[in-house]
Design a protein around this ligand. Structure first.
Ligand SMILES: Nc1ncnc2c1ncn2[C@@H]1O[C@H](COP(=O)(O)OP(=O)(O)OP(=O)(O)O)[C@@H](O)[C@H]1O
Length: 230
């Protein structure tokens, strides 16, 4: 598996601004760089721009000004056909999960491995193991519509981490689960981080941030970074 040496920047934003359509800038003058292997909580009040910043980072949106460098590539200079390969190196946990409704929990989580051509024997070994780890051993064949919000969230997390991405971006990944499961999920992110994945977790859960205060913080206020620990 490809691993990057520590010390490089996984993502760098320089003077980035974002507006939706003709609206006001919702992100302004954003500049920071995240070193490979770092672990940040993205915090800030509701509406500060956390989800918008994550969208820029997973290339779901282009900035209206400034420069985004991802894996040492300037996104503005990157050809459209090259973007899917960059995106495959990013695991994303969306706030609204975005599971495929016609697939079972197991098949949703298996997707990133199957896209990559991982052997089916490996898929059948690793996916149930991970789903068991997040407490869903009894729901491998369940369709998302039969799962609770917290269970769907855990399937979405398993799908985002199964391929050991270079960068994991998670939007409120513990928003629908109780404290005990939130702790377990945070430990899962820490394990992934130890294997080299750079992690950014947007959260409102200040209690959780305090319990994991050994990790760094990227704080947004009114669309701009008011604090970044690099
Ligand atoms: N698709 C969109 N079109 C227009 N404006 C948007 C869109 N998405 C977000 N915004 C606006 O951008 C600003 C930042 O929103 P964003 O969702 O990024 O904040 P947030 O910090 O993630 O909030 P929350 O913690 O409540 O999820 C808000 O003023 C919001 O209304």
């Amino acid at each position: 598996m490809r691993r990057r040496p520590r010390g490089e920047h996984i993502i760098r934003l320089d003077g980035v601004g974002l507006r939706y359509g003709l609206g006001p800038e919702v992100l302004q003058d954003i500049s920071f760089a995240l070193p490979a292997g770092s672990f940040h909580f993205l915090t800030g009040p509701s509406g500060a721009g956390k989800s918008s910043l994550l969208r820029l980072m997973y290339l779901g949106l282009r900035p209206t000004r400034g420069r985004v460098m991802l894996f040492d590539r300037d996104i503005a200079q990157t050809k459209r056909y090259e973007l899917p390969a960059l995106r495959r190196r990013i695991g994303v946990v969306f706030q609204d999960f975005r599971l495929l409704d016609h697939l079972s929990a197991l098949d949703n989580v298996a997707l990133p491995l199957r896209v990559r051509g991982v052997k089916e024997s490996e898929v059948q070994k690793h996916v149930p193991e991970l789903l068991g780890w997040v407490g869903l051993a009894d729901h491998l064949n369940a369709k998302p519509s039969t799962l609770s919000g917290g269970q769907k969230q855990r399937v979405a997390i398993a799908r985002a981490v199964i391929g050991r991405p270079d960068l994991l971006l998670a939007d409120e990944p513990t928003g629908n689960v109780d404290d005990h499961i939130a702790m377990r999920l945070l430990h899962l992110f820490e394990e992934l981080n130890k294997l080299g994945t750079t992690i950014v977790i947007a959260t409102h859960n200040e209690g959780l941030v305090q319990r994991f205060a050994h990790h760094k913080r990227l704080h947004l206020e009114h669309g701009t970074v008011s604090k970044v620990e690099e």
